[in-house]
Design a protein around this ligand. Structure first.
Ligand SMILES: Nc1ncnc2c1ncn2[C@@H]1O[C@H](COP(=O)(O)OP(=O)(O)O)[C@@H](O)[C@H]1O
Ligand SMILES: Cc1cn([C@H]2C[C@H](O)[C@@H](COP(=O)(O)OP(=O)(O)O)O2)c(=O)[nH]c1=O
Length: 228
């Protein structure tokens, strides 16, 4: 039964290039919020090991499943179907936590799909993703999207170094494609500039996670009138 005083949490998506440091920043934000007494749930997309669509997408990016990876739209559909299957869980998490933090969300699909097609942030692929995921699949809209904006070279170096040290992190087709990463960064900048779907906060590699966490908490409390 839904409680009349059920929490309505804030849904935040963390976005950025491969190797930008999203997972690292996500961990630090979660630690800061929990230390402050907030309840936090996290989900990372693609949901590897949980969603067959996510696993198929990753396998395709490592050369399997014939020409699947060659189809920009087929890849985008796999990532989108993974999220569609997570929609109920997402709604449940939002209803029961102060903060729900997502490591990649719909904007990843918008940015990579547009970049693969050499389109901009106001091009047809971004509209297609919006209609597919927020329209047809009725996914919850984020309240805030955080773009971790780091130089493409830095993100690429980190992704490469990580592939050397972590056994399960061999670079995939997207990570090996420097041009794609460059264009994806440009689309992300454009999505943030046009406040696509929600408000965006753009932070750099030198972001102070504790400060960012406090800023979000203050804004959430101000918006909801919550004093705790
Ligand atoms: N602020 C940072 N300073 C130094 N190294 C970092 C920082 N953030 C991430 N890294 C390192 O860069 C690599 C990629 O970070 P990760 O958080 O896994 O990126 P993403 O999730 O965006 O792909 C990891 O090896 C991580 O340890
Ligand atoms: C979630 C998502 C990821 N992607 C891209 C970003 C990455 O290059 C790639 C895999 O996602 P990523 O989270 O980077 O997985 P990994 O930990 O294996 O690097 O798929 C999309 O194009 N659309 C999406 O919706």
């Amino acid at each position: 039964m839904a409680l009349p005083w059920a929490i309505v949490g804030i849904l935040i998506a963390l976005e950025g290039l491969d190797g930008a440091g999203k997972r690292t920043l996500s961990n630090a934000l979660v630690a800061a919020w929990r230390a402050d007494g907030s309840t936090v749930a996290t989900l990372a997309f693609p949901r590897y090991g949980v969603s067959a669509c996510a696993d198929l997408g990753a396998e395709a990016l490592h050369g399997r499943h014939g020409d699947t990876a060659g189809s920009v739209n087929a890849m985008a559909l796999l990532w989108a179907l993974d999220r569609r299957d997570a929609a109920d869980e997402l709604r449940e998490l939002i209803a029961t936590h102060d903060v729900v933090l997502l490591d990649r969300y719909v904007a990843s699909n918008a940015a990579y799909t547009a970049a693969r097609k050499h389109e901009g942030a106001d091009g047809p692929s971004v509209d297609w993703i919006e209609e597919l995921e927020f329209g047809r699949f009725d996914l919850p809209r984020p309240d805030l999207q955080i773009l971790l904006q780091v130089p493409v070279e830095l993100a690429a170096r980190r992704a490469k170094d990580r592939a050397g040290t972590e056994a399960d992190r061999q670079r995939d087709a997207y990570e090996r494609d420097a041009g794609l990463q460059e264009r994806t960064g440009e689309v992300y900048d454009g999505l943030a500039a046009r406040a696509w779907i929600s408000r965006w906060t753009v932070v750099g590699a030198d972001v102070d996670p504790a400060q960012l966490a406090a800023q979000v908490t203050n804004e959430r409390r101000a918006a909801s009138g919550v004093t705790r």
